[in-house]
Design a protein around this ligand. Structure first.
Ligand SMILES: [Zn+2]
Ligand SMILES: [Zn+2]
Length: 282
């Protein structure tokens, strides 16, 4: 029996052990290990890091790449989070905006053309209809809205979800490893709700589900106690008490509920939201 396992299934101990040992020599583990040394959600950290790297590489080398431009045209630009992350990366490259200007030039040209065409079509179709609010949308409104509605989501949102799923599967693979557990069980780490779900959905063994759910319960309980303490220490008679980690608990709660700042908020249908039940608040 391996010494670096705390739970195991006798039939596949050796297969898993080999895979875990092999994985520890790879780059994904190095990156996951680095993320496990940070605070908050390690998957949010990895998603942000990868998105920043991806953007740096695009702005540095691929602004004229046809596939990048196609993807960006399909979504009519980046989503809000990735647009402003792109601006940060542009500044880090000491650029005056030339890269993002190049990427957006053809999007704006495309939009201008689409607007002109849609307006002309809508005008023709609505030639006999003067009232805006008759039945349904006026053809001009409908055509123009159709013309400026993207056919695809921001491709960095898509790749961020893939990154999240990839590192979630790494967590699952490594969850029997003592090094992983020591780092993961740190009090400063807490998977955000979204990435906790991603990890669970990647699990294919009950051992892993048991481990991550029990860890999450303990960590969320700790956060709950910290928020209560934080608020109690606002009472006049307790204001003199020294401030501890509970003073950041509200920020941890914000991150837990909504991911780290800048992680895309586009959710996968049916995965991140549970179905709305009649008569209940979600
Ligand atoms: Zn997260
Ligand atoms: Zn995005």
């Amino acid at each position: 029996m391996s010494t670096n396992r705390t739970t195991s299934r006798p039939s596949d101990v050796f297969i898993e052990e080999d895979e875990v040992t092999r994985n520890k020599r790879g780059i994904p583990w190095i990156r996951l290990e680095q993320a496990l040394h940070t605070e908050g959600c390690p998957l949010c950290h990895l998603v942000m890091t990868e998105a920043r790297k991806h953007l740096t590489s695009i702005l540095h080398e691929y602004v004229l790449d046809v596939s990048v431009r196609k993807k960006l045209h399909a979504s009519f630009g980046f989503c809000n989070d990735h647009a402003w992350l792109a601006r940060e990366v542009e500044s880090e490259l000491h650029s005056d905006g030339q890269h993002l200007g190049t990427l957006h030039e053809s999007i704006i040209q495309m939009e201008t053309e689409a607007l002109r065409k849609a307006y002309a079509m809508g005008r023709d179709e609505g030639a006999k209809r003067r009232a805006l609010k008759k039945v349904g949308l006026h053809p001009i409104v409908r055509r123009v809205i159709e013309a400026i509605t993207p056919g695809s989501e921001c491709f960095l949102c898509r790749s961020s979800r893939a990154t999240g799923r990839f590192y979630a599967s790494q967590c699952i693979l490594m969850c029997c490893d003592n090094d992983f557990r020591t780092l993961f069980e740190s009090k400063t780490l807490l998977l955000c709700r979204r990435h906790f779900k991603t990890v669970l959905l990647e699990a294919h063994e009950l051992n892993a589900v048991d481990y991550f759910v029990s860890q999450q319960i303990a960590k969320v309980e700790r956060l709950s106690a910290q928020i209560t303490l934080f608020l109690e220490r606002h009472a006049v008679e307790r204001r003199h008490e020294p401030r501890g980690t509970e003073w950041h608990s509200w920020l941890s709660a914000l991150e837990h509920c909504s991911c780290k700042n800048g992680v895309d908020r586009v959710c996968e249908p049916g995965v991140l939201y549970s179905p709305i039940k009649k008569g209940t608040n979600r």
